[in-house]
Design a binder for this molecule. Structure first.
Ligand code: ADP
Ligand code: MG
Length: 439
């Protein structure tokens, strides 16, 4: 009611006109962003986030620290000379609409601080963040809360699920905060749960889920409110390699379907190279390079990046574990040839990997051989399984590709105990060569 009192000017009619829709409808991000045009860069790309000279000093006397930094002192010098800790200094970059923008750097380089200054979970000391053209750093508390809730979501490393809520009510949480009625929010939650591949788990409790599944819930919860921007801080870092790989694939798929803008924090160069449309490399609270994976590998901006890239040179960083997929189906060595034929027919394949009950790789069978086995009355596949070359998860892709040209089959990836982890198919290997670029 306060705002009505404040606005009694002009005719009663125009006053009523102006307020009729507003008195019922709560203020929304649409109101906050009304009339502001999305900026574009020189190439015409829409810009979702503009970061301008952003600094964050932790400590009592930030001005003192900023002055020293301006004189050219390093983060370490400033920390030794004052009691302040430099989180970020003079960071500027743009994030395009619909890109996965990775913040990459060693622990303590300022990635989380930067991400949290962008959504103002941490208040920057100086500088600006514009979201979709609007100066986010100057929003008042109330507008900030509304804009953040409707425009942005976060996915955390430790999932951050509500332990006493089932999957659907965890996913619906953000919508509940927005005041969306129950039936509507559960409907949206169900659709989002399906999108992240968790259909059937709507009523499960978080404690019943594996780490990978929990993070799918985290992702679904973040997506359910249909935000423009997704902030992900080391979101996959706690997952084991194969699950992590799946989640990366899932994120790429979802991003291409939904066209979200994603700010993805990671300390893992492999992950950065795989996910990032562009990557910002951070060191000591600054950005030392922004570019595509290709830019960064081929033309490192400074010695720091160069060392980083050389240490993990291309053939070494691109390992089998990064490119393996789960086979759509496998056969068990104890299965009969007729069953095997039917399964292969279902999956429209002429060859398939064979494992034992404990998931150890046994080899590969081809449909021609199985047909013969059916005719000769064999009871299981053991006699016709062929040995095929396999690799470990850390085998460089350069080696995988060399093996691949000697065989017509996908290359199985096994761990030290011979357990099948996944396989690398020739089409995926081709993808790798593109990432390598140039030759
Ligand atoms: N709340 C805080 N108080 C004081 N120093 C902090 C705080 N948060 C982060 N820092 C410091 O800011 C720097 C960047 O930290 P952070 O953004 O967490 O790095 P990253 O996410 O890359 O590991 C580090 O030197 C860290 O010690
Ligand atoms: Mg961090």
């Amino acid at each position: 009611m306060g705002r009505i009192k404040a606005r009694i000017t002009g005719s009663v009619k125009s006053f009523v006109e102006e307020h009729r829709p507003r008195t019922k409808v709560k203020r929304s991000a649409e109101d906050i962003f009304a009339g502001i045009e999305s900026p574009r860069d020189e190439e015409g790309n829409e810009i979702m986030i503009q970061v301008r000279n952003l600094s964050k000093i932790f400590g009592r006397h930030p001005e003192e620290a900023l002055a020293l930094l301006e004189e050219g002192k390093t983060k370490e010098e400033v920390q030794n000379m004052t009691s302040n800790n430099v989180g970020l200094y003079d960071v500027s970059f743009d994030v395009r609409k619909g890109e996965i923008f990775v913040l990459m750097g060693l622990s303590g380089s300022g990635k989380s601080t930067l991400e949290r200054c962008m959504n103002r979970l941490i208040e920057p000391t100086s500088g600006q963040v514009l979201i979709d053209g609007l100066d986010f750093t100057s929003l008042n508390e109330e507008d900030l809360r509304i804009a953040r809730r409707e425009k942005m979501s976060m996915v955390f490393q430790n999932f951050g699920l509500l332990p006493h809520r089932d999957v659907k009510n965890n996913v619906a949480y953000g919508l509940e905060m927005q005041g969306v009625p129950e039936s509507k929010r559960l409907e949206k939650a169900a659709a989002t749960i399906e999108l992240v591949g968790l259909a059937g788990y709507e009523n499960s409790m978080p404690s019943d889920l594996s780490g990978g599944m929990k993070q799918r819930v985290g992702l679904a919860r973040a997506l359910a409110t249909n935000p423009d921007i997704l902030f992900m801080d080391e979101a996959f870092s706690a997952l084991d390699p194969l699950i992590r790989n799946d989640m990366q694939d899932e994120l790429i798929k979802i991003q291409s379907e939904l066209d979200k803008t994603v700010i993805f924090v990671t300390h893992d160069l492999n992950e950065a190279l795989k996910l990032g449309d562009r990557i910002a490399l951070m060191k000591d609270g600054r950005i030392v390079q922004v570019g595509t994976a290709e830019d960064i590998l081929q033309d490192p901006a400074d010695e720091y990046v160069g060392r980083f890239v050389r240490e993990v040179d291309r053939t070494k960083i691109l390992t089998a574990s990064l490119f393996m997929r789960k086979p759509k189906s496998v056969l068990y060595v104890t299965q009969g040839p007729r069953t095997a034929l039917r399964i292969m027919d279902d999956y429209d394949r002429n060859d398939m990997l064979v494992i034992d009950r404990r998931n150890h790789l046994v080899g590969m069978v081809e449909s021609d051989d199985i047909l013969k086995a059916v005719q000769s009355g064999d009871k299981d596949l053991s006699k016709i399984v062929m040995d095929i070359p396999s690799v470990g998860p850390d085998t460089p892709m350069s080696e995988v590709i060399q093996i691949m040209v000697t065989t017509d089959f996908p290359i199985p990836v096994i761990d030290g105990d011979g357990v099948l982890l996944g396989m690398v198919s020739p089409s995926v290997a081709a993808e790798t060569l593109n990432i390598g670029g140039g030759e």
